[in-house]
Design a protein around this ligand. Structure first.
Ligand code: ADP
Ligand SMILES: N[C@@H](CCOP(=O)(O)O)C(=O)O
Length: 325
């Protein structure tokens, strides 16, 4: 559950008086999510999401996230829009946190995505990459290769508590990735966390993308690697090549990957698996017992990382040359 900060009805009503959303009729905390506190609001004019930005989100990054949602929506991508207050600002303050009211996106995230959904996600990811062109604010990816060692240093000494041998395995993985990480692939705005819980579907059609709070500038194909990891593995840990083929074909239909991007894919998949392993490991070790959040299993991502180490080319993910640039 992710409701870290509570609000009172009086404070909420006062906060909403700056918005053109009618009168509050009900509100409730949303259990899902990890980073921020979200409430579902109903008012006399409809449904909205209220987001209170928690400590892990840097206040200085909020104009990037909120501006990006505007930029993408203006270019036809289906994603939530932050509502302006009467003074034009997109951010206010509630219960001591920066807070925004966001439009409500219809749909549900899929608990059991199939290959046809993976194709839609690939398409939407490429559409987001194209729509992100021309967005003027930039944000570096703090969770890319430069950020992994500091994160690892915080957990390394306790890593063997989670699984014996982890300390050695991850240290050598990190050395290898730092030495081989590509330097000059095509870069742009990436979502960086496009997991199934951040993609909504309505009757099998993708209705929109949410949760842009890890978005940043990085290699576009790194986002494809994040999605292969998040969408194409089965619960038993096996990689589903039918899903991989669909996701890559969907992506390529909108923005064909270059030969350099295709070649880099296995390494980027390893890196993306390490990135989620490291943040999950940190949370696993550091979240105090009783905290109102569901911790995610780091070992799931260790297994994905180990699979990618055996991969020699993007064909193992279902990449077909016919789809490429
Ligand atoms: N714009 C939106 N429309 C509808 N539901 C939303 C919207 N934004 C968030 N939610 C709901 O809130 C949950 C958590 O949102 P998310 O942005 O993933 O939180 P976090 O940043 O904490 O991970 C989502 O799974 C969804 O149920
Ligand atoms: N997707 C990440 C955790 C971030 O969660 P979100 O609720 O912000 O999407 C993971 O699975 O480790």
């Amino acid at each position: 559950m992710a409701v870290y900060t509570d609000i009172t009805e009086d404070d909420l009503k006062q906060f909403l008086s700056a918005y053109d959303v009618g009168q509050l009729t009900s509100y409730k905390g949303i259990a899902e999510g990890v980073e921020n506190t979200n409430f579902l609001l109903h008012t006399t004019s409809g449904a909205y999401i209220l987001t209170l930005y928690e400590k892990r989100v840097d206040r200085n990054d909020l104009p990037f996230f909120l501006g990006l949602m505007h930029h993408l929506a203006e270019r036809g991508l289906s994603c939530p829009l932050p509502l302006p207050r009467a003074d034009g600002a997109l951010l206010g303050e509630l219960s001591g946190r920066p807070a925004a009211v966001i439009s409500f996106l219809e749909g549900m995230w899929l608990r059991k995505p199939e290959a046809k959904h993976c194709r839609e996600v690939g398409r939407a990811l490429a559409q987001m990459h194209v729509a992100g062109e021309g967005f003027e604010i930039t944000r570096r990816n703090a969770l890319s290769v430069d950020g992994w060692r500091p994160l690892w240093n915080n957990s390394r000494d306790r890593a063997d508590e989670v699984q014996e041998g982890l300390r050695e395995e991850i240290s050598s993985e990190l050395d290898a990735l730092e030495a081989q990480w590509p330097k000059d692939l095509r870069a742009g705005v990436i979502h960086a966390d496009l997991f199934p819980d951040n993609v909504f579907f309505l009757n099998d059609e993708l209705s929109g993308l949410i949760d842009f709070y890890f978005a940043c500038n990085d290699f576009l194909v790194y986002d494809v690697a994040v999605c292969l990891n998040a969408w194409c593995f089965e619960k038993d840990g096996s990689f589903n090549i039918t899903k991989g083929t669909a996701l890559l074909a969907g992506y390529n239909a909108v923005r064909p990957l270059s030969p350099e991007e295709v070649e880099a894919l296995p390494l980027l998949c390893r890196g993306s698996a390490l990135r989620f392993f490291l943040t999950r490991l940190y949370d696993w070790l550091m979240t105090p017992p009783g905290a109102l959040v569901v911790k995610k299993d780091p070992i799931e991502y260790l297994k994905k990382l180990q699979f990618h180490r055996t991969v020699r080319s993007a064909a193992a993910y279902g990449f077909r040359k016919a789809d490429a640039a």
